[in-house]
Write a protein that binds this ligand. Sequence first.
Ligand code: 3PG
Length: 324
Amino acid sequence: MGNDDLLTEISNVGIVPVVVLDNVDQALPLAKALYAGGIGCIEVTFRTAAAEEAIRILSEKIPEMLLGAGTVLTVEQANRAINAGARFIVSPGFNSKIVKYCIDNSTTIIPGCATPSDIESALELGIQVIKFFPAEAAGGLDMIRAMSAPYANVKFIPTGGINIKNLNTYLSFDRVIACGGSWIASKELVRNRDYEAIKKLAREAVFIMLGFEMQHIGINMSDETLANQISIVFETLFGFIKQERTGSFFAGSSIEIMKKQFLGKNGHIAISTNNVRRAIYYLEKIGVTFMKETALYDKIGNIRSIYLDKEIGNFAIHLLQKSN
Ligand code: 3PG
């Protein structure tokens, strides 16, 4: 996997849990808890002596996890992290020696940047994805927006003060590819070996990030005339305004009446999400498959709708991009 592919995967996961391990034996159960909670990414910080060995164990035992080393402050630590199996290196500040070392060793480096000068140093070395740190204290999303304006291709992984409440604020900006933070696997939960709580927090974060909601139900009709009549009934009885679309009529925004027999024995259910791309990634990891031929894209090529392969309760199910 190349560096760009790895960054794309991190962006698909959307959340980078930053962890501090006191003991090497915490590494595997912690990573498994995150993975089971839907987060296949972990940044093990070099703040404790356990980091290097923890990375070695994780890289051997759970290779499906996107494994990074964080709080890397020296070239020597970067070297140890890479040899132990870290696939990406994160530093709190911009350190050109570390950046160059990682580039020379074909390892993804996400350096911390908090100012335009930091960003320009990163750009000079060909780095376009940076950790915005410390995100909340350094001005939050307003700062990212302002700072990103002159640098068209720079993408951000804000970290520092991010939690379940402000996660989506950051992710709603398309220049933010993921958020990092310690709120899912806090020092306290790790110290108490409360892996069940960590799994729950991971799951909570994933569902908040994806924001799944029932959007509309689709009724299959055999022809357009009937579909039109049905939509008029909904409008007459309930005031759900009829709107004609290419293959259907909508009655209000929650009922779609198809002009011909369409997918789903009983019709279909549209589940909206904050990000169809991330939703597909998450669902595929847990075994869901999709009808690729049903995918629809927006003008800039982002996927906005796709049907799952299998029906649920005799309804076809499709994901639908929420409008921002
Ligand atoms: C880091 O090392 O990236 C930060 O300490 C994480 O910040 P947080 O603890 O505020 O999430």
